[in-house]
Write a protein that binds this ligand. Sequence first.
Ligand SMILES: *Cc1c(COP(=O)(O)O)cnc(C)c1O
Length: 476
Amino acid sequence: MSEPPTHMSPDEFRRAGRLVVDWIARYMEEVERYPVLSPARPGEVRAKLPPRPPAGGDGVEQWLSDIDEIVMPGITHWQSPNFFAFFPANASGPAILGDLLAAGLGVQGMLWATSPACTEVETHVLDWLVHMLGLPERFRSDGAGGGVIQDTASSASLCALLAARERVTGLASNEHGVGGRRLVAYTSDQAHSSIEKAVKIAGIGRENLRLVPVDADFAMRPDALAQAIAADRAAGALPFFVCATVGTTSSTAIDSVRTIGEIATREGLWLHVDGAHSGSAALAPELRWVNDGLELADSYCFNPHKWMLTNFDCDCMYVADRAALIKSLSVLPEYLRNRATESGAVFDYRDWHVPLGRRFRALKLWFVIRHYGEEGLRAHVRRHVALAQSFKTWVEGDARFELAAPAPLSLVCFRHRGGDEANQRLLDELNASGRLYLTHTRLDGKLTLRMAIGSTRTEQRHVEAAWHAIRELAPD
Ligand SMILES: *Cc1c(COP(=O)(O)O)cnc(C)c1O
């Protein structure tokens, strides 16, 4: 027998843990001072790592010193208040502590029986969120529906597609014997790439995904959706799934969920609504128009890990009728059989997503809600929307720039009137300056800058400084 490994004793953990927590707290204080975008070139981080792992162990002081020397130069500071790229990935103190406790408990919550609290806190907090966001009551767990935490919106959309496939092929093979029919899915040409990925994974076939054209505001054209469905039916295919987006990644375009939902209901399609970023806006009652028509949806998802102060990863997925979802994902091998499952009185969340195992993610979400309360979370989204609306008026007031899309929430898409090359140069110079980080999209074929406001610590002065930098570096 070999010697047992030297575990970190509880006392050593206490000491090392304090050092790590202090390190994180200092990072929170100093994050604003770092150049936002990492300047690292490919291979630069690896070149500083030793070619072989250590034979014996070393300690927390050395780890932290390597974090400072090796890792930090390779970090893009998502938590910087000057981070305006993509969409935000909010982190917060209570979420970090919830994650730490989840790691400390080390629970694997695949079944209710493997830690009842892991399942029940999750179900309960997701029901709270139905209330907090004004979501349809049919998503609550005490009826036929319910919520579950997925890792990301991509997984939620995949599970929605699988449930939709189950519903329609179940019907087809049992009642009509047409299980071999070609299934067709619909979303707009502005939808997130995860829908295409889900279609690929689910074996629907890329050529059976219709990218429905959009209107002048980049929202799906319901008339074009109805036409595409009719054409596919005429060709003998079986339309089964439509995904509407509330807040597209490119420009936060808002599809008309109500009109699309009426078509889906009439045509018997599963309606999934992707509110990954913008769903959090509904925390503020005056922004709840983002939920319009959601009562027609079969499934819905939004990401607290984007704009609701909950560290990555945390996506909340809701279904109106959990039966199809569970039917599409449930398997029960002998070694997982147990009385609680057989009683039917509990949720086993492994049947609600692709993996078997699951972390206790609900803890960080629970702590976030408890720390901020409904009012604090409301203030968070309100502040960013107000800042974005100010930024929008500044763009409108400068003749060198134009708005590229409506900015209904916290993202402003704009461009210099000087054309693609001028915008590319401006973007590169801004990002190289380290003062902020912006990313781009393409709207109406033109290169467009995206100012996505929503980091945990972004305040008015940061948005003002960003606009100052943009004006300073923009050509006349
Ligand atoms: C960010 C985003 C996604 C993907 O989110 P993940 O959680 O990273 O999978 C999907 N849809 C929309 C509209 C998004 O903005």
